[in-house]
Design a protein around this ligand. Structure first.
Ligand SMILES: *Cc1c(COP(=O)(O)O)cnc(C)c1O
Length: 431
Protein backbone atom coordinates (compact mmCIF):
# COMPACT_ATOMS: atom_id res chain seq x y z
CA UNK A 1 0.00 0.00 0.00
CA UNK A 2 1.19 3.49 -0.86
CA UNK A 3 0.08 6.58 1.02
CA UNK A 4 -0.36 9.96 -0.66
CA UNK A 5 -0.41 13.40 0.89
CA UNK A 6 -3.83 15.04 1.04
CA UNK A 7 -2.08 18.32 0.15
CA UNK A 8 -0.99 16.66 -3.11
CA UNK A 9 2.41 18.42 -3.13
CA UNK A 10 4.58 15.50 -1.95
CA UNK A 11 5.37 12.06 -3.33
CA UNK A 12 3.48 8.95 -2.23
CA UNK A 13 5.32 6.84 0.36
CA UNK A 14 5.29 3.38 1.92
CA UNK A 15 3.58 2.60 5.24
CA UNK A 16 6.98 2.66 6.89
CA UNK A 17 7.79 6.17 5.67
CA UNK A 18 4.33 7.44 6.54
CA UNK A 19 4.72 6.15 10.11
CA UNK A 20 8.26 7.37 10.63
CA UNK A 21 7.58 10.86 9.24
CA UNK A 22 4.04 11.23 10.60
CA UNK A 23 3.17 14.00 8.20
CA UNK A 24 4.07 14.56 4.54
CA UNK A 25 6.72 17.20 3.68
CA UNK A 26 3.95 19.43 2.28
CA UNK A 27 2.26 19.25 5.74
CA UNK A 28 -0.51 17.06 4.36
CA UNK A 29 -1.94 14.02 6.11
CA UNK A 30 -1.18 10.68 4.53
CA UNK A 31 -4.07 8.71 3.04
CA UNK A 32 -4.08 5.19 1.55
CA UNK A 33 -4.15 4.96 -2.24
CA UNK A 34 -6.68 2.12 -2.14
CA UNK A 35 -9.29 1.02 0.34
CA UNK A 36 -9.22 -2.77 0.72
CA UNK A 37 -12.54 -4.57 0.33
CA UNK A 38 -13.60 -7.31 2.71
CA UNK A 39 -16.23 -9.62 1.22
CA UNK A 40 -19.80 -9.96 2.53
CA UNK A 41 -19.08 -13.40 4.00
CA UNK A 42 -16.27 -11.93 6.14
CA UNK A 43 -18.81 -9.64 7.83
CA UNK A 44 -21.57 -12.26 7.92
CA UNK A 45 -19.35 -14.94 9.49
CA UNK A 46 -17.21 -12.66 11.65
CA UNK A 47 -18.19 -14.60 14.79
CA UNK A 48 -16.23 -17.58 13.48
CA UNK A 49 -12.97 -15.62 13.57
CA UNK A 50 -10.86 -14.81 16.58
CA UNK A 51 -9.98 -11.18 17.27
CA UNK A 52 -6.40 -11.49 16.03
CA UNK A 53 -7.55 -12.98 12.71
CA UNK A 54 -10.07 -10.16 12.27
CA UNK A 55 -7.39 -7.59 12.98
CA UNK A 56 -4.98 -9.25 10.55
CA UNK A 57 -7.54 -9.34 7.77
CA UNK A 58 -8.27 -5.63 8.22
CA UNK A 59 -4.77 -4.27 8.76
CA UNK A 60 -2.55 -6.51 6.68
CA UNK A 61 -3.35 -4.86 3.32
CA UNK A 62 -2.31 -1.51 4.81
CA UNK A 63 1.11 -2.66 6.06
CA UNK A 64 2.01 -5.86 4.17
CA UNK A 65 4.97 -4.43 2.22
CA UNK A 66 6.72 -3.26 5.38
CA UNK A 67 5.69 -5.64 8.17
CA UNK A 68 5.79 -9.42 7.89
CA UNK A 69 2.58 -11.22 8.86
CA UNK A 70 4.22 -12.85 11.89
CA UNK A 71 5.46 -9.47 13.18
CA UNK A 72 2.07 -7.88 12.56
CA UNK A 73 0.42 -10.69 14.49
CA UNK A 74 2.72 -10.00 17.45
CA UNK A 75 2.03 -6.25 17.27
CA UNK A 76 -1.71 -6.92 17.17
CA UNK A 77 -1.54 -9.28 20.14
CA UNK A 78 0.25 -6.59 22.18
CA UNK A 79 -2.19 -3.93 20.97
CA UNK A 80 -5.37 -5.87 21.81
CA UNK A 81 -4.22 -7.05 25.21
CA UNK A 82 -7.37 -5.88 27.02
CA UNK A 83 -11.12 -6.44 26.44
CA UNK A 84 -13.33 -4.17 24.28
CA UNK A 85 -16.78 -5.31 25.46
CA UNK A 86 -20.16 -4.25 24.05
CA UNK A 87 -22.71 -3.75 26.87
CA UNK A 88 -26.38 -3.71 25.97
CA UNK A 89 -27.83 -1.03 28.22
CA UNK A 90 -31.38 -1.12 26.75
CA UNK A 91 -32.96 -2.97 23.81
CA UNK A 92 -32.04 -0.02 21.58
CA UNK A 93 -28.80 1.24 23.12
CA UNK A 94 -25.49 -0.54 23.44
CA UNK A 95 -22.15 0.84 24.58
CA UNK A 96 -18.76 -0.24 23.27
CA UNK A 97 -16.39 0.17 26.23
CA UNK A 98 -13.01 1.19 24.88
CA UNK A 99 -11.58 2.20 28.26
CA UNK A 100 -10.17 -1.01 29.70
CA UNK A 101 -6.59 -0.35 28.54
CA UNK A 102 -3.66 0.88 30.65
CA UNK A 103 -4.65 4.58 30.57
CA UNK A 104 -8.40 3.92 30.72
CA UNK A 105 -9.16 5.61 27.40
CA UNK A 106 -9.61 4.43 23.84
CA UNK A 107 -6.38 5.98 22.60
CA UNK A 108 -4.45 3.06 24.12
CA UNK A 109 -5.18 0.91 21.05
CA UNK A 110 -3.82 3.36 18.48
CA UNK A 111 -0.90 4.41 20.65
CA UNK A 112 0.18 0.86 21.39
CA UNK A 113 -0.02 -0.12 17.73
CA UNK A 114 2.00 2.90 16.72
CA UNK A 115 4.71 2.51 19.36
CA UNK A 116 5.32 -1.06 18.31
CA UNK A 117 5.41 -0.20 14.60
CA UNK A 118 7.87 2.60 15.31
CA UNK A 119 10.04 0.41 17.53
CA UNK A 120 10.05 -2.17 14.71
CA UNK A 121 11.09 0.46 12.15
CA UNK A 122 13.57 2.16 14.52
CA UNK A 123 15.82 -0.85 14.13
CA UNK A 124 16.71 0.56 10.70
CA UNK A 125 17.10 4.18 11.81
CA UNK A 126 20.27 5.72 13.22
CA UNK A 127 20.05 7.29 16.65
CA UNK A 128 16.94 8.21 18.58
CA UNK A 129 13.40 8.85 17.46
CA UNK A 130 11.66 11.70 19.26
CA UNK A 131 7.89 11.44 19.41
CA UNK A 132 6.45 14.93 19.80
CA UNK A 133 2.80 15.24 20.74
CA UNK A 134 0.32 17.86 21.92
CA UNK A 135 -2.57 16.61 24.01
CA UNK A 136 -5.88 17.95 25.22
CA UNK A 137 -5.95 15.19 27.81
CA UNK A 138 -5.92 11.58 26.76
CA UNK A 139 -3.50 11.32 23.85
CA UNK A 140 -0.59 12.31 26.07
CA UNK A 141 -1.16 9.58 28.62
CA UNK A 142 -1.79 6.89 26.03
CA UNK A 143 1.29 7.84 24.01
CA UNK A 144 3.50 8.25 27.08
CA UNK A 145 2.41 4.91 28.45
CA UNK A 146 2.83 3.07 25.17
CA UNK A 147 6.35 4.42 24.50
CA UNK A 148 7.59 4.32 28.10
CA UNK A 149 10.78 2.28 28.15
CA UNK A 150 10.73 1.52 24.38
CA UNK A 151 14.43 1.55 23.34
CA UNK A 152 15.77 4.40 21.14
CA UNK A 153 12.69 6.54 21.67
CA UNK A 154 11.95 9.71 23.62
CA UNK A 155 8.47 11.11 24.06
CA UNK A 156 7.82 14.83 24.50
CA UNK A 157 4.23 15.62 25.51
CA UNK A 158 2.84 19.18 25.60
CA UNK A 159 -0.32 19.62 27.66
CA UNK A 160 -2.32 22.74 28.59
CA UNK A 161 -1.78 23.70 32.22
CA UNK A 162 -4.88 23.32 34.38
CA UNK A 163 -6.98 21.90 31.50
CA UNK A 164 -6.41 18.17 32.02
CA UNK A 165 -7.80 16.11 34.91
CA UNK A 166 -5.58 14.97 37.84
CA UNK A 167 -5.60 11.37 36.58
CA UNK A 168 -4.74 12.49 33.04
CA UNK A 169 -1.91 14.66 34.35
CA UNK A 170 -0.44 11.74 36.33
CA UNK A 171 -0.63 9.53 33.26
CA UNK A 172 1.38 12.08 31.29
CA UNK A 173 3.77 13.42 33.88
CA UNK A 174 4.45 10.70 36.46
CA UNK A 175 6.39 8.25 34.28
CA UNK A 176 9.74 10.02 33.82
CA UNK A 177 12.46 8.04 32.06
CA UNK A 178 12.17 8.59 28.31
CA UNK A 179 8.85 10.46 28.76
CA UNK A 180 9.21 14.26 29.02
CA UNK A 181 6.06 16.15 30.06
CA UNK A 182 5.78 19.87 29.30
CA UNK A 183 3.07 21.79 31.16
CA UNK A 184 2.27 24.69 28.85
CA UNK A 185 0.78 27.96 30.03
CA UNK A 186 -1.90 28.02 27.28
CA UNK A 187 -4.70 25.97 25.71
CA UNK A 188 -4.61 22.85 23.54
CA UNK A 189 -4.56 24.77 20.27
CA UNK A 190 -1.44 26.65 21.45
CA UNK A 191 0.20 23.32 22.33
CA UNK A 192 -0.73 22.01 18.90
CA UNK A 193 0.63 25.16 17.24
CA UNK A 194 3.99 24.73 19.02
CA UNK A 195 4.19 21.15 17.84
CA UNK A 196 3.41 22.24 14.28
CA UNK A 197 6.11 24.89 14.53
CA UNK A 198 8.68 22.28 15.55
CA UNK A 199 7.67 20.06 12.64
CA UNK A 200 8.06 23.01 10.26
CA UNK A 201 11.54 23.84 11.64
CA UNK A 202 13.86 22.41 8.97
CA UNK A 203 17.06 23.16 10.90
CA UNK A 204 15.80 21.38 13.98
CA UNK A 205 14.59 18.43 11.94
CA UNK A 206 17.96 18.06 10.28
CA UNK A 207 19.45 17.52 13.76
CA UNK A 208 16.70 15.62 15.57
CA UNK A 209 14.59 12.73 14.28
CA UNK A 210 11.09 14.01 15.03
CA UNK A 211 7.85 12.15 14.51
CA UNK A 212 4.28 12.86 15.55
CA UNK A 213 2.11 10.49 17.53
CA UNK A 214 -1.03 12.54 17.17
CA UNK A 215 -3.96 10.84 15.55
CA UNK A 216 -2.74 12.14 12.19
CA UNK A 217 -0.10 9.37 12.14
CA UNK A 218 -1.43 6.50 10.03
CA UNK A 219 -0.23 4.02 12.68
CA UNK A 220 -2.50 5.73 15.19
CA UNK A 221 -5.36 6.17 12.79
CA UNK A 222 -5.70 2.84 10.98
CA UNK A 223 -5.85 0.43 13.98
CA UNK A 224 -8.88 2.31 15.31
CA UNK A 225 -10.85 0.46 12.62
CA UNK A 226 -10.60 -2.58 14.88
CA UNK A 227 -13.01 -1.11 17.44
CA UNK A 228 -15.79 -1.16 14.90
CA UNK A 229 -15.03 -4.64 13.61
CA UNK A 230 -14.85 -6.11 17.12
CA UNK A 231 -18.09 -4.34 18.05
CA UNK A 232 -19.76 -5.87 14.97
CA UNK A 233 -18.50 -9.28 16.04
CA UNK A 234 -20.27 -8.82 19.38
CA UNK A 235 -23.37 -7.25 17.85
CA UNK A 236 -26.29 -9.40 18.98
CA UNK A 237 -28.68 -7.77 16.54
CA UNK A 238 -27.10 -8.55 13.15
CA UNK A 239 -30.38 -7.81 11.34
CA UNK A 240 -30.27 -4.23 12.55
CA UNK A 241 -26.97 -2.60 11.59
CA UNK A 242 -26.09 -0.03 14.25
CA UNK A 243 -26.31 3.72 14.19
CA UNK A 244 -22.84 4.42 15.59
CA UNK A 245 -22.29 7.50 17.74
CA UNK A 246 -18.68 8.56 18.30
CA UNK A 247 -17.51 11.25 20.73
CA UNK A 248 -15.45 13.36 18.35
CA UNK A 249 -12.63 15.87 18.79
CA UNK A 250 -9.94 15.51 16.14
CA UNK A 251 -12.19 13.12 14.16
CA UNK A 252 -9.62 10.33 13.93
CA UNK A 253 -11.77 7.69 15.60
CA UNK A 254 -14.90 8.35 13.56
CA UNK A 255 -12.78 8.66 10.41
CA UNK A 256 -11.47 5.15 11.03
CA UNK A 257 -15.05 3.91 11.37
CA UNK A 258 -16.04 5.54 8.09
CA UNK A 259 -12.97 3.99 6.45
CA UNK A 260 -13.93 0.50 7.61
CA UNK A 261 -17.49 1.09 6.45
CA UNK A 262 -15.97 1.60 2.99
CA UNK A 263 -14.34 -1.84 3.37
CA UNK A 264 -17.77 -3.33 4.00
CA UNK A 265 -18.55 -2.87 7.72
CA UNK A 266 -22.35 -2.85 8.20
CA UNK A 267 -23.39 0.50 9.70
CA UNK A 268 -26.68 2.35 9.25
CA UNK A 269 -25.02 5.69 9.69
CA UNK A 270 -22.54 7.53 11.87
CA UNK A 271 -23.12 10.30 14.38
CA UNK A 272 -20.18 12.61 15.08
CA UNK A 273 -21.06 13.75 18.59
CA UNK A 274 -19.39 17.03 19.50
CA UNK A 275 -19.47 19.25 22.57
CA UNK A 276 -19.60 23.05 22.30
CA UNK A 277 -16.65 22.84 19.88
CA UNK A 278 -18.96 22.48 16.91
CA UNK A 279 -16.83 23.22 13.85
CA UNK A 280 -18.06 20.11 12.04
CA UNK A 281 -21.78 20.32 12.89
CA UNK A 282 -21.57 23.91 11.63
CA UNK A 283 -19.70 22.82 8.51
CA UNK A 284 -22.31 20.18 7.66
CA UNK A 285 -25.08 22.74 8.12
CA UNK A 286 -23.51 25.64 6.26
CA UNK A 287 -21.17 23.88 3.86
CA UNK A 288 -18.30 26.11 4.95
CA UNK A 289 -15.89 26.35 7.87
CA UNK A 290 -16.50 29.03 10.47
CA UNK A 291 -13.36 29.63 12.55
CA UNK A 292 -13.73 29.97 16.28
CA UNK A 293 -11.43 29.47 19.26
CA UNK A 294 -11.51 26.24 21.28
CA UNK A 295 -13.83 26.32 24.27
CA UNK A 296 -13.15 24.43 27.50
CA UNK A 297 -15.85 21.86 28.27
CA UNK A 298 -16.43 18.90 30.59
CA UNK A 299 -15.44 16.54 27.76
CA UNK A 300 -12.01 18.12 27.46
CA UNK A 301 -10.44 15.59 25.10
CA UNK A 302 -12.86 16.92 22.48
CA UNK A 303 -12.06 20.61 22.96
CA UNK A 304 -10.71 20.99 19.45
CA UNK A 305 -11.45 24.02 17.29
CA UNK A 306 -9.99 22.71 14.05
CA UNK A 307 -10.24 18.90 13.82
CA UNK A 308 -7.14 17.75 11.99
CA UNK A 309 -8.47 14.39 10.75
CA UNK A 310 -11.56 15.82 9.10
CA UNK A 311 -9.66 16.22 5.81
CA UNK A 312 -9.40 12.42 5.70
CA UNK A 313 -13.18 12.13 5.97
CA UNK A 314 -13.59 14.67 3.20
CA UNK A 315 -11.15 12.62 1.10
CA UNK A 316 -13.20 9.47 1.70
CA UNK A 317 -16.22 11.28 0.27
CA UNK A 318 -14.34 13.01 -2.57
CA UNK A 319 -15.03 16.36 -0.91
CA UNK A 320 -18.69 15.88 -1.79
CA UNK A 321 -20.56 17.35 1.15
CA UNK A 322 -23.96 16.11 -0.05
CA UNK A 323 -22.61 12.54 -0.14
CA UNK A 324 -21.02 13.00 3.27
CA UNK A 325 -24.32 14.14 4.74
CA UNK A 326 -25.89 10.81 3.73
CA UNK A 327 -23.39 8.87 5.86
CA UNK A 328 -22.67 11.22 8.74
CA UNK A 329 -24.70 13.42 11.02
CA UNK A 330 -23.04 15.73 13.50
CA UNK A 331 -24.49 16.90 16.78
CA UNK A 332 -23.59 19.37 19.50
CA UNK A 333 -24.07 18.88 23.23
CA UNK A 334 -23.65 21.50 25.95
CA UNK A 335 -22.11 20.89 29.37
CA UNK A 336 -25.58 21.13 30.94
CA UNK A 337 -26.88 18.44 28.57
CA UNK A 338 -23.79 16.36 29.31
CA UNK A 339 -24.54 16.48 33.04
CA UNK A 340 -28.24 15.76 32.49
CA UNK A 341 -27.35 12.74 30.39
CA UNK A 342 -24.93 11.32 32.99
CA UNK A 343 -27.64 11.72 35.63
CA UNK A 344 -30.56 10.33 33.67
CA UNK A 345 -28.72 7.32 32.22
CA UNK A 346 -27.54 6.45 35.72
CA UNK A 347 -30.99 6.92 37.24
CA UNK A 348 -32.85 5.09 34.48
CA UNK A 349 -30.44 2.25 33.70
CA UNK A 350 -27.78 2.20 36.44
CA UNK A 351 -25.06 2.74 33.84
CA UNK A 352 -22.28 5.26 34.53
CA UNK A 353 -21.11 7.44 31.61
CA UNK A 354 -18.03 9.66 31.53
CA UNK A 355 -18.61 13.14 30.01
CA UNK A 356 -17.31 12.13 26.54
CA UNK A 357 -19.55 9.10 26.37
CA UNK A 358 -22.45 11.21 27.64
CA UNK A 359 -21.96 13.57 24.67
CA UNK A 360 -22.21 10.57 22.33
CA UNK A 361 -25.27 9.21 24.12
CA UNK A 362 -26.98 12.58 23.91
CA UNK A 363 -25.97 13.10 20.26
CA UNK A 364 -27.42 9.72 19.35
CA UNK A 365 -30.68 10.49 21.15
CA UNK A 366 -30.99 13.70 19.12
CA UNK A 367 -30.82 12.06 15.70
CA UNK A 368 -31.43 8.28 15.89
CA UNK A 369 -34.60 7.30 14.06
CA UNK A 370 -37.23 5.40 16.07
CA UNK A 371 -36.51 1.69 16.18
CA UNK A 372 -32.81 2.07 15.43
CA UNK A 373 -30.33 0.20 17.58
CA UNK A 374 -27.63 2.69 18.60
CA UNK A 375 -24.04 1.88 19.45
CA UNK A 376 -22.37 4.49 21.62
CA UNK A 377 -18.57 4.41 21.70
CA UNK A 378 -17.37 4.93 25.25
CA UNK A 379 -13.96 6.54 25.01
CA UNK A 380 -12.99 7.08 28.66
CA UNK A 381 -13.54 5.43 32.02
CA UNK A 382 -15.75 7.57 34.31
CA UNK A 383 -13.04 7.51 36.99
CA UNK A 384 -11.03 9.93 34.85
CA UNK A 385 -13.70 12.57 35.57
CA UNK A 386 -14.64 11.78 39.16
CA UNK A 387 -16.05 15.17 40.18
CA UNK A 388 -18.65 15.59 37.45
CA UNK A 389 -19.65 11.96 37.49
CA UNK A 390 -20.12 11.73 41.24
CA UNK A 391 -21.99 15.05 41.33
CA UNK A 392 -24.53 13.69 38.86
CA UNK A 393 -24.82 10.09 40.06
CA UNK A 394 -24.56 10.87 43.77
CA UNK A 395 -21.98 8.13 44.24
CA UNK A 396 -18.20 8.04 44.26
CA UNK A 397 -16.65 6.39 41.20
CA UNK A 398 -14.64 3.35 42.25
CA UNK A 399 -10.97 3.69 41.31
CA UNK A 400 -9.39 0.77 39.50
CA UNK A 401 -6.35 -0.30 41.53
CA UNK A 402 -3.98 0.66 38.70
CA UNK A 403 -5.08 4.29 39.07
CA UNK A 404 -4.81 4.30 42.87
CA UNK A 405 -1.10 3.53 42.61
CA UNK A 406 -0.63 6.19 39.97
CA UNK A 407 -2.20 8.92 42.09
CA UNK A 408 0.56 8.44 44.68
CA UNK A 409 3.28 9.21 42.11
CA UNK A 410 5.10 12.54 41.88
CA UNK A 411 4.56 14.80 38.87
CA UNK A 412 7.73 15.39 36.88
CA UNK A 413 6.50 18.00 34.42
CA UNK A 414 8.53 20.95 33.19
CA UNK A 415 6.53 24.20 33.18
CA UNK A 416 6.75 26.19 29.97
CA UNK A 417 5.38 29.43 28.45
CA UNK A 418 3.41 28.96 25.21
CA UNK A 419 6.54 29.97 23.33
CA UNK A 420 8.64 28.14 20.75
CA UNK A 421 12.15 28.98 22.02
CA UNK A 422 12.12 26.80 25.16
CA UNK A 423 10.57 23.89 23.26
CA UNK A 424 13.24 24.11 20.58
CA UNK A 425 15.99 24.23 23.21
CA UNK A 426 14.64 21.10 24.84
CA UNK A 427 14.26 19.20 21.57
CA UNK A 428 17.82 20.06 20.54
CA UNK A 429 19.09 18.00 23.45
CA UNK A 430 18.03 14.85 21.63
CA UNK A 431 20.29 15.17 18.57
C1 LIG B 1 -9.31 11.79 22.00
C2 LIG B 1 -10.62 11.55 22.65
C3 LIG B 1 -11.81 11.73 21.96
C4 LIG B 1 -11.85 12.27 20.55
O1 LIG B 1 -11.34 11.37 19.61
P1 LIG B 1 -10.92 11.88 18.16
O2 LIG B 1 -10.40 10.67 17.48
O3 LIG B 1 -9.88 12.93 18.37
O4 LIG B 1 -12.15 12.45 17.54
C5 LIG B 1 -12.99 11.41 22.59
N1 LIG B 1 -13.01 10.95 23.86
C6 LIG B 1 -11.88 10.78 24.56
C7 LIG B 1 -11.97 10.31 25.96
C8 LIG B 1 -10.65 11.05 23.98
O5 LIG B 1 -9.54 10.87 24.67
Amino acid sequence: MRYYSLNAQAPAVSFREAVVHGQAPDKGLYFPEQIPQLPAHFWAAINDLDDTEIALRILQPYVAEDIAASVLEQIIAETLSFPLPVRRVTTDRSVLELFHGPTLAFKDVGARFMSRCLAHFAGGLQGRVVVLVATSGDTGGAVANSFYGVPNTDVVVLYPSGKVSPVQERQIAALGGNVHALEVDGDFDQCQALVKQAFADEALRAAVYLTSANSINVARWLPQQLYYALAWKQWADKDRAPVVSVPSGNFGNIGAGLLLQRSGLPVKHFVAACNANDAIPTYLEKGAFVRKAAQATLSNAMDVADPSNFVRILALFNNDIALLRTALQATRTSDIETRDTIRSVFNDFGYVLDPHTAVAWHGLAQVAPAGAHGLVLSTAHPVKFPDVVSEETGAAVAMPSSVEGLMQEQLRSIKMEADYAPLRALLQQFD
